[in-house]
Structure formats: structure tokens, C-alpha cells
Design a protein around this ligand. Structure first.
Ligand SMILES: Nc1ncnc2c1ncn2[C@@H]1O[C@H](COP(=O)(O)OP(=O)(O)OP(=O)(O)O)[C@@H](O)[C@H]1O
Ligand SMILES: [Mg+2]
Length: 270
């Protein structure tokens, strides 16, 4: 199982919609077995996939549960090949409990849990909260790859330096193979001069690798969340649907050994 974290300290940059849509496309278009992990107390990814509840264990229980079987936290979605670990407000008290529990390692609980299910999936995508806290550090410690969605506005690079630093610390202390794949622009309006200039600025800055694919702003995105559907189902022909398919292809090219059915030969799992 290859684990990809979508993360940024900023809110509203499309971490959740990118996680949900990339996960859906990997499952529906590329026929991969995909696990989506909602790692945000807002539970938006769980809501979009119609699985948000307080009745079933989810990410909070993975953090706190002693001798927890991760399989018990996984639910099927309505889509073939796509399963989910849900999140809700219980993540607040779970994160606090982890911080107070000095008896067991605090930062590698996701990593340990993934050992139980890694063989069943090709990819796991983690939708993170706009924060660095114990659950996002657990995500980074358990990830192979990191992608950072950004919007082009005056605050485009706010928080990126701090995020990069956290990724570097995690690589040094907990997860030497963690790879920062780069940033990709979301909610981009090609007709808007400020957006065009903002993209050029980010490219010229050269400080953070920028993926070739960007995601266009579309009026269909918000209604797709009300309809609780991946954008590809809600409006297969809109620009963002095409862009998310291109984004998944660009990402798959970055991990060639996972593009064949069944993942990497030899089956290394984390
Ligand atoms: N391509 C797009 N076109 C138009 N609107 C978009 C697009 N992508 C995202 N949005 C809008 O941006 C808002 C934020 O998206 P999303 O919830 O995915 O961001 P987030 O980074 O996960 O936010 P948070 O930090 O609160 O978790 C959504 O309400 C959505 O309607
Ligand atoms: Mg979100």
C-alpha cells in the first residue's frame, strides 16, 4: 500500500475535495483498491462519501485504541474499490488522549495500524486538517508521499515554509523515505489575470516544486458537495473532472512501480 497525504496548514485550499476525487479516480478509473482516511475532525470527506457518523469506530479509535484492529474501522463506500476510515469530533479528545499517554509511542500509531491492512490496498489517501498536530504528524510518519494543494492568492505561500520544516523533521526522526512530491494549484481561473500572474509567481519562486497539473475552478464543485458525489460523477465533462484525472495520472507517473495492478513487486507495505 502506497500512502499519500494531502496536507496544508491553510484552510479551504481543496485538501478534502482533492483527496476524495483522487481516491475515487484511482478506484473507478484505474481500478485500484483504495482506502481514504479522513484525518480531520470536520469529517468532510466522510460526509461527501455519506459515511459520517458517531456509531462506528474511525480515525479517533486508531489513535487511542489499544490492541485496535484497524479492519474494524474500515467501511465500504458506495463505490467499488473505495473504502473509508471516517472522522468526527471525537478526534479532538483522541488527540488529547494521545498527548497524555506517554506509555506508548505517540507518533507512529497510524503506521502501526497500516501494517494490519496494507496488503488489502494499492493506495491510501489521507485527507488532513489545516493544522500540525498529533494526528497530522501520525499521517506524515505513515506516508510515502506528500502533495500540497495551494490556491493562488496573496497568501499562496503562507504556511508552506512551516509545513516543509515539519515534513523535514518527520523524515529525519520518524520516516526517512517520506517524499515531498510538490504543490499543485487548485481553484484556478484561467480567465483571471491575477490567477495567471499568481501561477507565474509561484513558478518563478522555484522554492516549492509545482506539479504541471492544476485544477480549474468550476461552478459545479460546490453543488457536487451538496449532492455528496465525486466531481467525476456529478459532472464528468467539467474542467475540474478532467484536471483531477490528469492529476492522478501525473501522480501515478511519480510512483511507477505502483501503476501495475497489485502494487510494487515484492509487495512492500507500510
Ligand atoms: N476546483 C474547484 N472549483 C470551485 N470551487 C472549489 C474547487 N475546489 C474547491 N472548491 C471550493 O473550496 C471549498 C474548500 O474546499 P475543501 O473543503 O476541499 O478545502 P479544504 O482545504 O479541505 O478545507 P479545510 O481546510 O477546511 O479542510 C469548497 O467549499 C469548494 O466548494
Ligand atoms: Mg478539508
Amino acid at each position: 500500500m502506497r500512502v499519500l497525504s494531502l496536507i496544508h496548514l491553510k484552510g479551504g485550499v481543496a485538501k478534502t475535495l482533492s483527496s476524495v476525487n483522487m481516491a475515487y479516480i484511482l478506484a473507478a478509473v484505474h481500478k485500484k483498491k483504495v482506502l481514504l482516511m479522513d484525518n480531520d475532525k470536520q469529517g468532510n470527506a466522510s460526509k461527501i462519501l455519506n459515511r459520517h457518523s458517531y456509531d462506528r469506530p474511525g480515525v479517533a479509535e486508531i489513535l487511542t485504541g489499544r490492541d485496535m484492529d484497524m479492519k474494524e474501522t474500515i467501511q465500504h463506500t458506495d463505490y467499488e474499490g473505495l473504502d473509508i476510515v471516517t472522522a468526527n469530533m471525537n478526534l479532538i479528545s483522541a488527540s488529547l488522549a494521545v498527548m497524555l499517554d506517554q506509555k506508548r509511542p505517540q507518533q507512529t500509531r497510524f503506521k502501526k495500524a497500516f501494517g494490519q491492512v496494507g496488503d488489502a490496498y494499492d493506495f491510501c489517501i489521507i485527507d488532513n486538517a489545516p493544522d500540525i498536530n498529533i494526528s497530522t504528524i501520525n499521517a506524515l510518519a505513515a506516508s510515502d508521499d506528500v502533495l500540497v494543494p495551494v490556491t493562488v492568492d496573496d497568501f499562496a505561500i503562507d504556511g508552506l515554509a512551516e509545513l516543509k520544516e515539519q515534513i523535514d523533521y518527520t523524515r529525519e526522526d520518524l520516516n526517512p523515505s517520506l517524499r515531498f512530491c510538490g504543490c499543485f494549484i487548485t481553484q484556478y481561473d484561467r480567465q483571471n489575470e491575477a490567477d495567471r500572474q499568481g501561477m507565474e509567481y509561484l513558478k518563478a519562486l522555484g522554492e516549492y516544486p509545482l506539479l504541471e497539473t492544476y485544477i480549474r475552478r468550476t461552478g459545479k464543485m460546490k453543488p457536487s458537495t451538496f449532492a455528496r458525489e465525486p466531481i467525476l460523477l456529478y459532472s464528468s465533462r467539467c474542467g475540474a473532472s478532467r484536471d483531477y484525472k490528469a492529476l492522478v495520472e501525473e501522480y501515478l507517473k511519480m510512483c511507477p512501480s505502483w501503476t501495475q495492478q497489485g502494487g510494487e513487486k515484492g509487495g512492500e507495505t507500510k
